[in-house]
Structures are given as C-alpha cells and as structure tokens.
Design a binder for this molecule. Sequence first.
Ligand code: NAP
Length: 350
Amino acid sequence: MNRKKILSAILTLILLPACLCACQAAESPQAAGSESDAEQAVPATGAEEARTAQGGEDPAGDFSLEEDMNSEKAVGEFDLENHTVLLNSGYTMPIMGLGTYSLDHDTCVNSVKALLENGGRLIDTAYMYHNEEAVGEGVRQAMEEYSIPREEIFVITKIYPNQFSDPEAAIDMALEKLDIGYIDMMLLHHPGTDDVKAYKAMETYVEMGKIRSLGLSNWYVGELTDFLPQVTITPALVQNEIHPYYQEQDVVPFIQEKGIVVQCWYPLGGRGHTAELLGDETIKSIAEAHGVSAAQVILRWDLQRGIVVIPGSSNPEHIKENLDLFGFELTEEEMAAIGALDRNEKHDWY
Ligand code: NAP
C-alpha cells in the first residue's frame, strides 16, 4: 500500500466519527436555533483531527481530489452524487450555489429563495455586500415555505479589513444580521492589518459553536505561506477570482494540496465581462456540442478542476440553469481547450 493510500485510510478512520457527530447534530432538534443551540453544534474537532491526520509539516497534499480506498470521500474530493465536498473542518459543503454580490435587498431575498426552491443549498454573502439581512430573510422564508432544515443550508459570509481591529463586534454583527442561528463559514475578505488577530477571533467563535468553518478570500501563494503558520485552525476554503481568462493554474493546486477547498468568484467573468466570456467561440462550441449553455460549460469546467462555484444571479431562470451541471461531462480535450484560454486577465484589482 503506498503512502497516499495509508494516509487516506488514516484520514477516513479519523474523520468518520466527526462526520457522524455532524450528522447527529443535523438531526438534532436543537440544531437550528438560538445562541445556546449553537453551543451544542459540533465544534471544530473535525478540523483538528484532519490537521492531525495531515501530519503537521506536510498537510493534506496527498488527499486532495483522490479516490479514497473505502469509497468514503477524502477531504477536498467532490462527491458528484450528492453535490458536496468534505471540508477539513469535518463539515460537508455544497459544490455549487449562489453569489449575492451587488444584489439589493428584495432581489437578494428572491434570488436566495429561488436557489433554495430549486435545490441549491450554498449561499455566499459578505458584510461589504450590505445584504446579510436579506440573505438571512431569504433563508428563513425558504426554510418555512419549502420545509428545508437549516442544517441542509450552507451560508458563507466575510468580514472586511476595516473590521479587523474589533473582530468580535464584526462577527456578532454578522450573526445578528443573518439571524440563522450559526454561520456555516466565515472568511476574511482580504488580507490586511490585524488579519491574524481577526482570524484568531473567528477561531474562538468556532470553539463556541457560533461559526462552523473558517476560510480566506483573496489569499494567494505568498499570503498563504506567510499566514498559515500563524493560525491554529487551517482554513477550510480559499475564495479567489477564477474564470477562463484568469485561471490561477499554479495557485489552485497549491491550495488544494493543503487539503483546502478552492472556491471561485467571478466564475462568469463578473458583471461587465460576462458577454465576452459567454460569447467566447471555444466555450460556445463546447456548449453546442453538449446542448447546454456557455455558463453551464464554464461552471462545469470549474467543478471538474475541483473548484466550487458561486455564480451571482438575480434571474431565477439563470439560478436554475446554474444548478444543472451534472447531466454532462467535459472531455479531456474540452478541458484543455478551455485551459488554453487563460490570459492571466484579472477582472478586479484584488
Ligand atoms: P459572476 O458570477 O461572474 O457573474 C454574474 C453575472 O452573470 C450577472 O450579471 C448575472 O446576470 C450573469 N449570469 C449568471 N448566471 C448566468 C447564466 N446562466 N447565463 C447568463 N448570465 C448569467 O459575478 P459575481 O456575481 O460578481 O461573482 C460571483 C460571486 O462571487 C459574487 O456574487 C460574490 O458572492 C462572490 N465574489 C467574491 C469576491 C471576493 O472578493 N471574495 C469578489 C467578487 C465576487 P443575471 O443576474 O441576469 O443572472
């Protein structure tokens, strides 16, 4: 048995109890409610165990996107049947969802509800989007109207660098605005002064059960190399700009090899750039070959790279379409053709 398989088996044995705990919490009647309920949620033992299994010095490089010998999924490996990925925190996260940047209150409530009504379960927001309240409202309404348990829904929010000097106030504000019992994942939105201090505060909220998993946004190789040794809980996710014209071909494997899941922002290029990307001849011809849309091809390309997608949309038809990514598969040649579109062309400054 080679080293990868041995490590994979150890990880499975260690993570299984954490996953079972998470499932029990999911079924618990206390799971969705107030602060005291949140305290009963599963703490970050999964992260700790996963880190232990990673062996400290050489974190989970051997596990990412690999077939597990017991057919249990390894950290970072996509479960295409259930549309989820196991995080190093021990929780599972859906691999496609909705981004809410620039959605105003009512549009945001409606988009969140459209996502949840159509089977999507992952929502990305941020303090800086000024719509955490709307996301919370959409989640609560959908839970009620479509009978969706809170535990099935995964909400990511972020705190901004101008909040890092008083992170506890920022986290408390996010919990209050969202008003959905606990936060599934909180990210630092950008590197900045006091980012380590802010992250350590988030670690404390994980211990309290008020946040379940932690992550970073706009952290690249240099920033990660500097940051990771300074924190206790390895981030479960890094969210960065990635689309066919800006592919981060070196950064993505660097992150994934650490057992950290990559999620892309601006998957369709971002507003102002979508027409060019969706009209790209290479992407269009692949879409025609599969009888799907250009947006679906791009999102599927991400999934096949092991990258989680959160396309933004205010259009329920688009939201539905963006969830429909499992009836076709891109060939190696098609993946390579899209890979060749990389121009290292960022569509935002960070
Ligand atoms: P995006 O997802 O690349 O593009 C959104 C645009 O695509 C909207 O104009 C939307 O129009 C259109 N669209 C969506 N689905 C479509 C489809 N199936 N067919 C045609 N057009 C479609 O850009 P984004 O929303 O800015 O980025 C995604 C998410 O990433 C954000 O919402 C946010 O949550 C996150 N983000 C994070 C950061 C960060 O720093 N961490 C930065 C930027 C964004 P309609 O409304 O008409 O559907």
